[in-house]
Design a protein around this ligand. Structure first.
Ligand SMILES: [Zn+2]
Length: 872
């Protein structure tokens, strides 16, 4: 979800001493008026791009006022009336305050106390954004949807658009009589509303913030699913697609039941609908109370043909969104600065439930994905804090990032490891009970968590706060000291700093440090920059595990000679990731990481293979063109034999892991491994399928990989065939697979044709970007052409993109490893970035990443070169 456009330029205002520029209005409305309840009445026809309606807001005014500020964006407010509890009704008018709000002006003061405000308005239904009230066409029919997080509600109707105002909502929708409509609550009654229209009144909702309101209108199909206990579950899809929600309908009840058991509370809302949005850009799903929306690629698949990856995506995404029904919807953050309370929790809980539900997926390693993704963002000098003040639209625009989602999740996992799952669950339940149907802050959560045996665990609160209130992560350097008095571990703590990082004062964390040695587990609060920890071992320990379970949110560096006995998969993953990071900070030689990678490449466990491939992929930007052949040999040595053993054909006896490894490894070997055999085989399979889709069908899990591998050296005829099929197919997933594969053609003329599709009105730009931009920017021979294309067609591209999407161009284009690229991005996007909520933050991170990569290459590029040259 993305934030709104930057507020209008500060208006000039006249004063006695001349012209001055007024300060921008604050983002928050203040508490002069408090909403108590909303009745919202909207008229929406998905076939038309405008909507109209009225809203009645029960208010409490703190003091008499004559001017009231409300959120509204691009709305035309035609009538304003206010009925105070005492006295006659007042008429008012609306005047623009800034890009996000209006003033309501009354001709005499409104008295303090209760009042009823009624506004009539009209607005625009967006065709380009997946935000506010928007519409999309699927198979020739229009559908209208909402996406109101974070501040999209103000584009649909005027209101107090802040998450802390949790009040009941009563919604009525007037829609064309042939259409269906759904909202957070069940329908209470339906009645005719003039020729061709009907009116649906929904039951009043429990207290809810504005960002969770949702509705959808269109010719939907309804799949009635099995309930979860007493909770009715439905799956709402575009016309003709209900059968494709079969997998979702089969697994969702168990997800709900496990969450109810964890919280010890029933699902907070009366029903739970899962609704498909054909195309999203910034998110894959949204937790609207009682009406979760999913991108079609997450929820829909031909029955029995969903890929392994899709199954995992649906279960983990649904578990995340359904967890929000408690964490976020039942208890809501008081303000956006505590967005982590929503997102870190839903991510942590969603993965926990997925791991419980499908033990055969070994989903517990997802904690390592979160740790790794968080640390990649958190190593930057421009990293945000988890709990970051939100005072401007720019602050909010950058809040939905890997820090809020993954760092918060990784920190929660670390504290669950420290407390144990039972104490963690008790804390979560205490938090839910204390703030039921209300709002809460991060401190409320920390208090509930630390509230053990009637007393607050102050150390725990301090420690937690040290991880969420400052950016970055600790680096712990460990050295063993063995003396007659016993064994001790000497630990030095500092902020982890990659090579090339500039600025920053010294930082300290209070680390909940767990250590394992032959004598057992040691628990220690590490609070200082230097500490000496007594170990329980009688003799000098032969080994030390500095991060048992891999859950610690710190980089661990053992002194030379000190060995870690790596046992569990998660410990391997943390170790390998830490080693690469320590090479990037200049603390260990890259040779050491490459040696570990070579050793681990012999380990056939899927999770280890995935981790090693990630390290190899991360080395790719460091390469000069002449090194690519040697780099391909590195891939061939590591995984060539395994990839060829797996082959492109799915075998009847394949295990889940074999199928997943095939989907991962074969396109990597075809691409980075320059595997001519795999490329040719992929082309032959794709050509046979294009000639006769029935006889030579492609496995849904492998289709994307085959199309991409075929495209690398594909010719114009193949490009044309894939392009034509993409235009003709009614299947959205197939169309996306084909369009994404068009980005992989490397012949310069075909790469240029792929770029021109970004301007082709027959495609929605969201179907092509960001995959096309990222892919071409990663291929050194194509990257300059892509950057120049975006520069040449800047205005046309921005017109076709969603209103906030251009903010992400620097991130999508910045795939290289040089300071020159960082400077080019700054030059091209610096002046434009401020026009978007997330713009300045995204640009700062994209250019910093390029500079850090350049510094890493400067320091370790020669070592990589020597290593590659020595490969047989
Ligand atoms: Zn979420």
């Amino acid at each position: 979800m993305k934030s709104v456009l930057v507020r209008s330029l500060a208006a000039a205002l006249c004063c006695l001493c001349g012209w001055a520029v007024s300060a921008p209005l604050p983002m928050r409305l203040g508490d002069a008026a408090r909403p108590l309840a909303y009745a919202l009445d909207l008229r929406v026809d998905p076939d038309r791009a405008r909507h109209s309606g009225s809203v009645t807001i029960e208010l409490e005014l703190k003091a008499p006022l004559q001017r009231l500020r409300l959120h509204a964006k691009q709305l035309r407010i035609s009538a304003v009336s206010l009925q105070p509890e005492q006295g006659g009704a007042l008429k008012g008018r609306a005047a623009n305050a800034d890009a996000d709000s209006v003033y309501l002006l009354f001709n005499k003061p409104v008295p303090a106390g209760r009042a009823r405000l009624t506004l009539s308005f009209e607005g625009q239904i967006s065709d380009k954004d997946v935000f506010g009230l928007f519409r999309q066409r699927e198979a020739g029919r229009w559908y209208a949807f909402t996406q109101l997080e974070d501040v999209g509600a103000r584009r649909a109707f005027p209101l107090f658009d802040e998450p802390g105002w949790k009040v009941p909502w009563t919604l009525a929708l007037t829609v064309p009589s042939g259409q269906q409509a759904f909202a957070n609550m069940p329908v209470l009654r339906e009645s005719p509303a003039g020729a061709g229209w009907k009116r649906l009144e929904f039951k009043p909702s429990p207290p809810m913030p504005s960002y969770l309101l949702a509705f959808a209108i269109g010719p939907f199909d309804v799949l009635q699913g099995a309930p979860a206990g007493a909770l009715p579950l439905r799956y709402l899809t575009p016309r003709g697609k209900a059968g494709e929600a079969t997998f979702a309908a089969a697994v969702t009840p168990a997800i709900v039941e496990r969450l109810q058991a964890y919280f010890g509370l029933p699902h907070p809302f009366e029903k739970l609908d899962s609704l498909v949005i054909p195309l999203t850009d910034w998110f894959s799903a949204m937790e609207n109370a009682g009406l979760i929306t999913y991108a079609s690629r997450i929820m829909l698949a031909e029955p029995g043909k969903e890929s392994r990856a899709q199954q995992r995506d649906y279960v983990s995404t649904a578990a995340h969104e359904i967890a929000h029904q408690w964490f976020g919807n039942y208890v809501t953050m008081a303000w956006w600065s505590d967005l982590w309370l929503n997102e870190s929790f839903a991510s942590w809980m969603g993965d926990k439930i997925t791991a419980e539900l499908r033990p055969e997926w070994r989903w517990e390693t997802s904690a390592q994905h979160a740790r790794r993704s968080a640390m990649l963002g958190d190593r930057l000098a421009s990293a945000r804090r988890v709990r970051q003040p939100v005072d401007t639209p720019q602050d909010l625009g950058t809040a939905f990032d890997e820090i809020t989602y993954s760092k918060g999740q990784a920190v929660l996992a670390m504290f669950e490891g420290w407390l144990g799952p039972e104490r963690m669950q008790a804390g979560v339940r205490r938090y839910m009970a204390r703030h039921a149907w209300g709002s809460a802050t991060g401190d409320d959560f920390l208090m509930a968590l630390a509230d053990v045996d009637g007393g607050g665990d102050v150390e725990l609160q301090r420690s937690f706060a040290s991880f969420i209130d400052q950016p970055g992560m600790p680096k712990l350097t460990m050295r063993l000291i063995c003396e007659a008095a016993g064994a001790r571990l000497q630990v030095e703590q500092s902020r982890y700093r990659p090579l090339g990082m500039t600025g920053g004062a010294p930082q300290l964390w209070q680390v909940p440090l767990l250590l394992r040695t032959p004598a057992g587990l040691t628990r220690h609060w590490l609070k200082t920059a230097s500490d000496s920890i007594a170990l329980p071992d009688r003799d000098c320990p032969a080994w030390l595990q500095p991060n048992p379970g891999g859950q610690g949110y710190y980089r661990a560096q053992l002194a030379p000679g000190l060995r870690a006995p790596v046992l569990a998969v998660n410990e391997w993953l943390a170790l390998l990731d830490d080693q690469l990071a320590l090479a990037q900070s200049g603390d260990v030689p890259l040779d050491q990481v490459l040696a570990l990678t070579a050793e681990l490449a012999a380990d056939p466990r899927r999770e280890i293979v995935e981790a090693v491939t990630r390290v190899l992929i991360e080395l790719r930007p460091l390469l000069a063109p002449v090194q690519r052949a040697a780099y391909a040999r590195l891939w061939q040595q590591s995984y060539g034999p395994l990839a060829h053993r797996l082959g492109w054909a799915v075998q009847p006896g394949d295990s889940e892991d074999s199928r997943l490894l095939r989907e991962l490894l074969l396109p990597l070997l075809a691409d980075a491994g320059q595997d001519a055999v795999l490329r040719t085989q992929a082309r032959e399979r794709v050509q046979a399928w294009l000639a006769d889709p029935q006889a030579a069908s492609l496995d849904p899990g492998l289709r994307g990989a085959l199309l991409q591998s075929a495209a690398i050296e594909g010719d114009a005829a193949l490009f044309d065939a894939m392009h034509k099929l993409a235009l003709g197919t009614p299947q959205r997933q197939l169309r996306e697979d084909l369009l994404h594969a068009l980005a992989w053609f490397e012949a310069p003329a075909l790469a240029e044709r792929a770029r021109r599709l970004l301007l082709d009105p027959r495609f929605d730009i969201r179907e092509l970007s960001p995959e096309l931009l990222q892919r071409q920017s990663r291929v050194p021979a194509l990257a300059p052409g892509m950057l120049s294309f975006v520069n040449r067609h800047d205005a046309a591209l921005r017109r076709r993109m969603g209103s906030q999407a251009p903010a992400y161009l620097p991130e999508q284009l910045g795939q290289g490893c040089t300071v020159a690229e960082a400077e080019a991005l700054q030059r091209l996007f610096g002046p434009k970035a401020k026009a978007y909520g997330a713009g300045p933050g995204v640009l700062a991170k994209a250019t910093e990443r390029l500079r850090l990569c350049a510094a890493f290459r400067e320091a370790q590029g020669a070592a990589l070169d020597t290593y590659l040259q020595r490969l047989p």
